[in-house]
Design a protein around this ligand. Sequence first.
Ligand SMILES: [Zn+2]
Length: 186
Amino acid sequence: MGDTFQTIADPDASAQDAARLAERVVEWLVAEGIVLAEAAPGWALSEHPAHPPGPDWHKAVTDARWGSPEGVAVHTRPKVFYSLGDSDTHAVTCPRCGGTTTVADDVSARFSTAMGTWDETGAADVDCPACAATVPLPAWTWSDDVFAFARLGFEFWNWPALSEDFRTRISGFLEGHRTVFLQGKI
Ligand SMILES: [Zn+2]
């Protein structure tokens, strides 16, 4: 069976924004009955507390049949969010020069070093192989939304597919930031 996750991440949220934006989104989710207000451990795969589904959780998904969702974990600290898909080759685009670099799944050394630093400190740069600019890790754009380096992310565990409309509503709370949608099964 395995467990599935769908994550909506905001790589543009600053350390100042993250908690405030998270609170705003959770308030709306609770008001809609999609999740319960109190986050508790045991509702996500890790011990990270997560909001249990609310009585109207089905409003978030395209097809609620056979659905048995678990919790929604809200992350407001620097985290590496990722997708797990079939492709093991990804392209990453530099926001400065628009140059695209292909990165195999065993991500090249410069990115993997930066990912570790980001996870620990919330700040990491990668020098662009094309234009040599020093670019903050979260500013790079990944093909297929395979990675997001973000201080804000909403992780839905074992929910049926979240609807396009629902994802757009969440983005609407994020003040024009980029939204990355990541998913996988573990
Ligand atoms: Zn560049």
